[in-house]
Write a protein that binds this ligand. Structure first.
Ligand code: NDP
Ligand code: 8X3
Length: 248
């Protein structure tokens, strides 16, 4: 029987590319996000390949998240694969002038949102004694860079929570891992800079594309039952670390 995956943040970037990749390989999908039109478009496209259900909720809203996932119809209730991808950076400011709303957004979405979604889905996995959770961390979860303070903190938290999940869910045979990209050309910088991203962010080098990350996520979920890809750090060739990028 085909597997079912729930992907948060499927309306854009890495999440959308992962939905496309999974559909190509026959994985049924629950695609999540807040932009309804994009969810509908994705469903129309991918329904030609697999069964697709859309869920519109804000991961940072605890009640919305729990009730959206509880509302899944019978055919989509057994989630085999959870891709905790929804998230963004909000702002790039030194700690002393950081914006409290940006800090709230990053902690509420990247950390608490991931926990709310996981809380709603893990009990089904423990009951069935199977499942696979992949959390999308970041190179920012491994290395702190100037002005990255709270975003880096949120991604360090994602990696600590990933390890905690892997330990606690070990007795149930559930796989848990993280995929941590460096710079990926998505809507990420539009969000971080509130629509005013400097136009050189992805210029002068070839950044990772969302599809490159989706390939790695699919690789992780398609390993044999005894293999768990626990942690992947991936950069584009031009990037050596958070602060070193070879540009022409
Ligand atoms: P995008 O901005 O392209 O996509 C972000 C996705 O998250 C969208 O689908 C958006 O959907 C969803 N999202 C954001 N906030 C919420 C919310 N409150 N509730 C529900 N969904 C939400 O960025 P990326 O694809 O690049 O980012 C995906 C993940 O990858 C993030 O966790 C990011 O931190 C991580 N990452 C990105 C890197 C990069 O350089 N791009 C590098 C390393 C990690 P909608 O707006 O419809 O709700
Ligand atoms: C996104 C990559 O370097 O902008 O997580 O933090 S970075």
């Amino acid at each position: 029987m085909n597997k079912t995956a729930l992907i948060t943040g499927a309306t854009s970037g890495i999440g959308r590319a992962t939905a496309n990749e999974f559909a190509k390989h026959g994985i049924n999908l629950i695609v999540c996000g807040r932009r309804q039109e994009r969810l509908e478009n994705l469903k129309n496209e991918l329904s030609k390949l697999v069964n697709v259900y859309t869920l519109n909720f804000d991961v940072s809203d605890r009640e919305q998240t729990l009730s959206a996932i509880a509302s899944l119809p019978k055919d989509f209730k057994n989630i085999d694969i959870l891709i905790n991808n929804a998230g963004n950076a909000h702002g790039l400011d030194p700690i002393q002038t950081g914006n409290l709303d940006d800090w709230d957004a990053m902690i509420d979405i990247n950390v608490k949102g991931l926990l709310y979604v996981s809380k709603a889905i893990i009990p089904g996995m423990t009951e069935r004694q199977s499942g696979h959770i992949i959390n999308i961390g970041s190179s920012a979860g491994k290395e702190v860079y100037p002005k990255g303070n709270v975003y880096c903190g949120s991604k360090h938290a994602v990696l600590a929570i990933t390890e905690g999940m892997r330990i606690d869910l070990n007795p149930f045979g559930i796989k848990v891992g993280a995929v941590n990209p460096g710079m990926v050309e998505t809507e990420f910088s539009d969000v971080r800079f509130k629509g005013e991203a400097p136009d050189n962010v992805y210029k002068g080098y070839k950044a990772l594309q969302a599809e490159d990350v989706a390939d790695v996520i699919y690789f992780a979920v398609s390993r044999p039952a005894h293999v768990n890809i626990a942690d992947v750090l991936m950069f584009c060739t031009a990037q050596a670390s958070s602060t070193i990028v070879k540009k022409s």
